[in-house]
Design a protein around this ligand. Structure first.
Ligand code: 5GP
Ligand code: ZN
Length: 115
């Protein structure tokens, strides 16, 4: 755990987000500032700051983020219509919280390219 990390505090139970899915490896909770009717963040329980910090040994963890995103989409009822997953990395990528997370956005039509 990283002491000052917001999402580590959620994983540790010090801050209680609106959790929609959790297991041994990941936690998924509603974004506090939703950009779509469904906006969930999937985070690894272990602190990994950015996508740049993922290593070969984390291949299974990376896969678990995707599997949890799929599960959340099914649970939230957007899997069939479609949804978007996003991982922002560092400043130009728009990353604000430096604990790796996958956004799951659904319930509206997404535009492309994103701004
Ligand atoms: P990023 O820009 O780093 O990819 O996304 C960070 C996300 O975390 C943003 O969508 C933001 O709304 C969300 N967020 C920031 N603080 C909190 C919080 O305290 N609780 C929850 N549930 N989401 C947060
Ligand atoms: Zn963290």
């Amino acid at each position: 755990m990283s002491e000052e990390c917001l999402f580590c505090k959620m994983v540790a139970g010090e801050i209680r987000p609106d959790v929609v899915y959790d297991d041994e490896h990941v936690l998924a909770f509603r974004d506090i500032n939703p950009q779509a009717p469904v906006h969930v963040l999937v985070v690894p329980r272990r602190h990994v700051a950015t996508l740049n910090d993922l290593e070969e040994a984390d291949a299974a963890l990376a896969g678990r983020l995707f599997l949890a995103a799929r599960r959340v989409a099914e649970q939230e009822g957007v899997a069939e219509d479609g949804y978007r997953t996003v991982v922002n990395c560092n400043k130009a990528g728009g990353q604000l919280v430096f604990h790796l997370h996958m956004h799951v956005l659904g319930g509206r039509q997404m535009g492309w390219p994103p701004g």
